[in-house]
Design a protein around this ligand. Sequence first.
Ligand code: ADP
Ligand code: MG
Length: 633
Amino acid sequence: MSDIIRLLPDSVANQIAAGEVIQRPASVIKELVENAVDAGASSISIIIKDAGRTLIQVVDNGSGMSDTDARMAFERHATSKIKNADDLFALRTMGFRGEALASIAAIAQIDLRTMLRGASLGTRLLINGSKVESQEPEACVAGTNIMVKNLFFNVPARRKFLKKDSVEMSNIMREFERLALVNTEIEFTLIHNDVTVQQLRRGNLKQRIVELFGKGIDKQIIPINAEVSFVKLSGFVSLPEHARRRNSLQYFFVNGRNMRHPYFHKAVVSCYEHLIAPDVQPNYFINFEVDPATIDVNIHPTKHEIKFEDEKVIWQVLVAAIREALGKFNAVPGIDFDTEGSPEIPTFAPNVRGEHGIDIDPKYNPFTNERGHQSSKPGSMGRNDHHKLVQDWEKLYQNFSANGESQPGNTAGSEEFTVDSVLNQVSSEIDTMGDKFDAIPGIDTAMTTTGVLQIANRYILAPCSEGVMVIDRRRAHIRVLYERFLSLAREHRLSSQHILFPETITLSPADNVVLTSLCPTLTPLGFELSYQGNNKWSIYSAPAELGNVNVAESILSIIALAGETGNEPGDKLYEQLALSMARTAATNSHYNMSDIEAEQLLSDLFSLSTPTYTPDGMTIIATIPLEELSRRL
Ligand code: ADP
Ligand code: MG
């Protein structure tokens, strides 16, 4: 009988380990950048070719390595970051497992140049699939410059599993964003196929967020802060009206490390319950600082999942901090609408959690009885609850008017809009608007119904069985136009219109990459663009449906939306295009809409399957129940 068990050669063991740590080019970038961060770099450049397939190079100005360390670094379990198991509970570094470089070297070709700070000569090391080919002294700059070439060259199965470049590139961008967000004091450059895709200066978290995700986000997020003995929380969360339907930006960091944490994610989302539509998600960037001894980073090789000792109490601190921030910015109305089970006319669902500890049945609707008809009694609710509800109604309308964002160019935003003011205007504004204007996009004036009233060019009032509906006019128009443009776009039936004076736009390098890849998809949609070099584009034609709006603006908003979604063309692009066209073409409060147009708008709106929210999740319709009217009159 012969023995059959033997130890695997290191190169094989390393390849197996690589399977866990290195899944795709983005994982290599994560490991190399984390090493540069651990080496104390203040500037890191990432240079890639072909979405990282042929080259991933990371250059840092950190500590550098000695000749011997440079070689040692590629051995399995070789690390300078921990010495014994106790160190695992006092981790301040990203790395500690000592397996990233060994894993990467097992599945790629390495060309490393490194020099210690203050030394006069560095070293250059070449490795090919775990095998050291050469090491020689070399004159180089202090820090480390590592090239990883031909990833998975010796593992055809893994190479085959790589996705197309645009997908790998979008994974790289996501990883880059995460790394850049936790290391705001480090300057980053990202170059892909010789194009500078990102260049980030040192700054604070807010500045970094703006650099990465655009100026607009500045006004969409509010700060959160909380400090107790076992955790310090800081960061930003989105205002409810800026929650997103897709590709929301959701980041948790703990002690300078990114993490996924489904439990804390739930905590954040719970703070937005009843504030946002069910199909949108808040953005958040939340930093946890804790004693390293109270977390376990070592539950997965990629270290993305982290276990906290005090999860339940941290949950409470987190929720309190977010609630406070939202409250401070008046983002919390007492109630919201529930679209479920009410296809035509929205029903009213009060906020179930009374601030005074009163628990209310969430399913219970005080304004309908079991058969869905209006009831004249507040039902089983106590007097106090009912009183609270009424106050909440008033809060709701205040919020409606505070939401000026959805109405670009609207100057009437500061106007008070309370139940009282609506009721007053209802009784005084009997006159018709009078003036007739040209037909506006999306509204066919041929058909009429009866009885609507417009207020301040912003709201349309219409009677309904439950009382009076208040419809945000611009949002309703956006919803109606969106559906129309979406079906035209899907069928490539948007008609192209020549622009009299071609517009020129100059883009950032990152936007330029996005537009270049979008171009073939935009042409069948009626856009005619040509590249002028130097990130400049000329626009010759645009879909006629856009009307007389600023074409450059809409191209920019398409780029912004496409950038968010990793610019995968297809139906998403149509949705983006339709939404940005609807936003630019929808009327704002400067437009005097005739009542006939307003009626048509409503009839178009109610023929849709989802009339209650705009495509980006804003409430379109509020209902003032009969009870409220009779209480006041
Ligand atoms: P770990 O980061 O877990 O220690 P790695 O395999 O990623 O394991 O790196 C091994 C060692 O190589 C590190 O502990 C560090 O001493 C050294 N090293 C790696 N990258 C760099 C770098 N960019 N600058 C200086 N030292 C580095
Ligand atoms: Mg490492």
